[in-house]
Design a protein around this ligand. Structure first.
Ligand code: NDP
Length: 479
């Protein structure tokens, strides 16, 4: 358990400048492992190794790259139970959620194994007689990948797999809170035999290792997922040197429940979207925008259901909601519950810190009602098991409230009206729209991303990932 998990730089497992302990949020006495922390010099070395490896990796056979990615995907799938357990132990989502996320990571690698072989270009007639025009795609070079703690294996997978598939080299910096899943994924990639320098793991602090990636001219692109504040700070620096940028940030996602909704569907969407994974999803439905005609029935039934959810150790059978990820996030959740009440919302369910047999960061899922869309709890991302109900009079008001936000990641509507469902798919200002489905929970083979303050740059996932991970070249030939 106390063996040092090292960084992987230039084809070698190396100790860091110092170390960090990985603590289980369900059981604070459980030290999952000790992980290396890189310093700036090690980040520089990883970037140098990726740079050196790039020409031959970019020129490697697409069949070889497909084989590597397929093998990595197969290994992840074969080990999904063990990887999911590790993930749940370090991040706190329930075991079924952890195993599901690990499986998704495997599927992503297998999807991009196929995409490696499908990087078609275009041949277009020239406006000038006798000339051929070809549009092709090339890798962008060395990519710095900076990831958050809430999806410790899926988000790294959906950045690493397309980066490698399209011929880029990678320097991967996972979030400090969750080095375990990142290290396990790195080990699988290394054991698949990917050539030296192509993939590098640099665990460590964002302010040291992350900054080094953002500021280094040898890093051609930065793909970041995390908070808005960090995303903005990264963008401001990276743009100074014209790095290619892809930022996925927060959300304040609305779930509209119209008067004509099937109540059971509405409840399932709200519970899953707002509270599962402890509400720690960028796609979580933190604003429940509910028609006046269904409001009281919805609030009463939702409060009853919340009281029955089992909040406990992420690994325990039957747990519906695991712990909050750490003490700082728990404090943030509690602060926002207090802010909401001070602003005039009513706490009708949950919101208390819970004691369980093991000491961990347990919070009863909280429901605020009588909220307005102007309250801070309706405008700022909380990132915990906390949702607010905003009462509206009709569909038009619901849409206007849903779109009145600085964010635009995901938006949902629960209705039996085809007219309103169809209209909302067009009227929503979010990047992803759900009808009679939770705002969280997406497929791995289609684009993921948002608008406004939620995302910047090309979409992630599916074949749209190539917009970020490749650059277009236009060639003219006079034969
Ligand atoms: P943070 O922004 O705090 O951290 C994200 C990553 O950035 C971490 O690896 C962190 O390192 C690193 N980082 C921190 N400071 C710097 C810096 N100055 N330069 C470079 N890198 C830095 O987010 P969290 O990890 O707290 O993740 C939660 C956030 O992520 C939420 O706001 C959530 O909405 C968002 N998110 C968005 C998603 C989306 O696709 N839109 C998906 C999932 C999450 P370290 O923490 O190790 O120091």
């Amino acid at each position: 358990m106390t063996d040092l998990h090292r960084n992987y730089i230039a084809g070698e497992w190396v100790a860091g400048a110092d170390t960090a302990k990985n603590i289980n949020p369900s059981d604070l006495s459980d030290v999952i492992g000790v992980y290396a922390r890189a310093d700036k010099a090690q980040a520089d070395a990883a970037i140098g190794a990726a740079r050196a490896a790039f020409p031959s990796w970019a020129a490697s056979s697409v069949q070889d790259r497909a084989n590597w990615l397929d093998a990595i995907g197969n290994t992840i799938l074969a080990r999904k139970d063990e990887l999911g357990r590790l993930l749940s132990r370090e991040e706190g989502k329930t075991l079924p959620e952890g195993v599901g996320e690990a499986a998704r990571a495997g599927q992503i690698f297998k999807f991009f194994a196929g995409e490696t072989l499908r990087l078609a270009g275009e041949k277009i007639p020239s406006v000038r007689p006798g000339i051929d025009v070809e549009v092709t795609r090339e890798p962008i070079g060395v990519i710095g990948l900076i990831t958050p703690w809430n999806f410790p294996i899926a988000i790294p997978a959906w950045k690493i797999a397309p980066a490698l598939a399209y011929g880029n080299c990678v320097v991967f910096k996972p979030a400090e809170l969750v080095p375990g899943s990142a290290w396990a994924l790195a080990e699988i990639i290394v054991n698949a035999g990917v050539p030296k320098g192509v993939f590098n793991l640099v665990m460590g602090r964002g302010s040291i290792v992350g900054e080094a990636l953002v500021n280094d001219r040898r890093v051609d692109g930065i793909s970041f997922t995390g908070s808005v504040a960090t995303g903005r700070a990264i963008a401001a620096k990276a743009i100074q040197r014209m790095a290619k940028l892809q930022l996925e940030m927060g959300g304040k996602n609305p779930l509209i429940v119209l008067d004509d909704a099937d109540l059971a569907v509405a409840l399932n969407c709200a519970i899953n979207g707002a509270y599962f994974s402890t509400g720690q999803r960028c796609t979580a439905s933190s604003r429940l925008i509910v028609g006046a005609g269904i409001h009281d029935r919805f609030v009463s039934a939702l409060s009853d259901r919340l009281a029955k959810l089992k909040v406990d150790d992420a690994l325990a059978p039957g747990t519906d909601i695991g712990p909050v990820v750490d003490e700082a996030q728990l404090k943030q959740d509690l602060d926002y519950i207090g802010i909401g009440q001070k602003e005039g919302a009513k706490l009708v369910a949950g919101g208390q810190v819970l004691e369980r047999s093991k000491k961990g960061h347990y919070l009863a899922p909280a429901l605020l009602t009588e909220a307005t869309n102007a309250m801070r709890t309706s405008r700022e991302e909380i990132f915990g098991p906390v949702a607010s109900v905003i009462r509206v009079q009709d569909y038009d008001e619901a849409v206007s409230v849903a779109n009145d936000t600085d964010f635009g990641l995901s938006a949902g509507i629960v209705t039996t009206s085809l007219k309103h469902a169809s209209h909302f798919k067009r009227a929503s200002e979010a990047g992803m729209v759900m009808v009679n489905l939770p705002t969280a929970g997406v497929d791995y083979h289609v684009p993921f991303g948002g608008r406004k303050g939620s995302s910047y740059g090309p979409r992630e996932q599916g074949r749209y990932a190539r917009e970020f991970f490749t650059v277009v070249k236009t060639a003219y030939t006079l034969p």
